[in-house]
Write a new protein. Structure first.
Length: 160
């Protein structure tokens, strides 16, 4: 990041979720983006991985990005297989998009994944976000698209 971006990012903090409050903050961001904005049913958005107990059992790691004390972005990943992590539920509130926050939270997850000696990451990208993920080094596994929660997606991957 450039120096000006470092100053701009100083008001932000990414937390790897450890408390019920942080999890609630992340779910509030996801609800605003996926349920309210994109009309995904809440029953499809929130799943069994969205509890601290499941985080311990499944190794699902949740993240929330704060603007000072306001949650503005969220994401999670879990181990898809022994050698592959899967990023999911990457959301940035509409008024905060275009500021590098999605990139920051993804890079934080990638660092944690790489620290576990995992070199392969996959994600299912909404087709409207493919360009964003390509800028971060992700490539389409194929051109085949599929529907997830009524939204067209494509599988992408990255090797660290």
């Amino acid at each position: 990041m450039s120096q000006s971006n470092d100053k701009e990012m100083s008001q932000y903090n990414i937390a790897r979720i450890q408390t019920e409050q942080e999890l609630s903050d992340a779910l509030a961001v996801r609800t605003a983006v996926f349920v309210q904005e994109q009309q995904v049913p809440i029953s499809l958005e929130v799943d069994e991985k969205d509890t601290l107990m499941e985080q311990e059992k499944t190794g699902c790691s949740h993240y929330v990005l704060y603007n000072k004390t306001t949650p503005v972005a969220a994401a999670r990943y879990y181990m898809y297989s022994e050698k592959t992590a899967k990023l999911q539920r990457i959301a940035v509130l509409k008024t905060y998009r275009g500021q590098g926050l999605g990139k920051a939270i993804i890079e934080q997850m990638e660092q944690h994944i790489q620290a576990k000696d995992i070199a392969h990451i996959i994600l299912d990208a909404q087709v409207t976000a493919v360009g964003f993920y390509e800028q971060l080094g992700y490539t389409k596994q194929s051109e085949q698209t599929f529907l997830d929660a009524g939204i067209v997606h494509v599988r992408m991957e990255k090797y660290l």
